[in-house]
Design a protein around this ligand. Sequence first.
Ligand code: DSN
Length: 424
Amino acid sequence: MSTDTTLNHTAPQNLATIDPEMAAIVQAEFDRQQHTIELIASENLASTAVMEAQGSVLTNKYAEGYPGRRYYGGCEEVDKAEELAKKRAQALFKTDYYVNVQAHSGSQANNAAYLAAGMTPGDRVLGMSLDHGGHLTHGFRLNFSGRDYETAAYGVERDTGAIDYDKLAAQAKEFKPKLLIAGASNYSRVIDFERFAAIAKDVGAVLLVDMAHIAGLVAAGLHPSPFGHADLVTTTTHKTLRGPRGGMVFARDLELQKKVNSRVFPGLQGGPLMHVIAAKAVAFGEALKPEYATYMKRVQDSASAMADRFIEQGWQVVSGGTDNHLFSLNVMSQGVTGKEAEDLLHSVGITVNKNLIPYDEQPAQTASGIRIGTPAVCSRGFGVSEAVQIADLIDRALKARGDAAALEAVGKDVRALCDRFPIY
Ligand code: DSN
């Protein structure tokens, strides 16, 4: 009989028994999530089924390669898990694009997509500026995308907060990128993928759509789909899709897919995380159910209602509202920096991240805005009415700067709202 108490299958021991120190941290994080209003637009609450798959024995398995073509024996069950994840991913987005579900993250997925597009050092990429809502991997100077390639960035218009597609077309014509990227981390308007495809075609660029933020809306039919327009589509699986942390890459045709596969493995990664791939399959299965589309609609309606409420209260919302799950609040419009707002809201139990707004005059560490998203709060059951209450709580907190009693009262109301909606 084993004397190793960490691996005693006849009397399995839980985390609290084996490692009370870490168990306390996990419990404290659970409590933090339960008692705070989570408005970070890229976060969500994975289901217990997703977490069960992610915490399963599949974590024990090495499976370098792809289903049916592995470099290790004993892969028959994980092969099924990966095939199921792929089949469900295609069904979810109603697409016959090929898919690779092994990317460990969105950044890895994008890196693989660059390489599959044939990018070599010094080649040109045109993506959305980080300051205007883009992503690090779309050409930011400190990221691989900005270090290895020659980059140019498009942005949004000062007056509309939206992309001007005619301007973008002219910029693409002048810059002649080899890779054009559509997609953002902080853009609240519909993205016109058809127009992006026309621009890419016009200049002979490969079109990559990074739909990480809006994937859930696309799956639910609440945002136009990039499939049929993009050469490559990447996404994370943990944002609106509500799965485990990870990424995936879709390719329009078999030739491109072969490149994606070889760039993911062995190009960038070694062994795939089979437990995470299993959890991705579970999340896609959940998202294929009609309840998921209802959830995504609530996410969209709640974001829109919250943005409208802020405008009623006199705050400036970038682009004047939202079509998706997020928006940026220009807190500087009432003299509060993004950093001050983030800290103040944290003190009353509301979690947001400070964010640059387009044409921001503040440095990134201070910023003039906060980004607000509704996926996580809607997963715990909030809807439009609670979203409007949150806008009121944020308004009260930001206007009560320096008033300890008023802030304490907001904190109590935040807690009461959270107590009505257990996270699990
Ligand atoms: N860092 C993520 C976000 O917060 O949007 C994007 O990868």
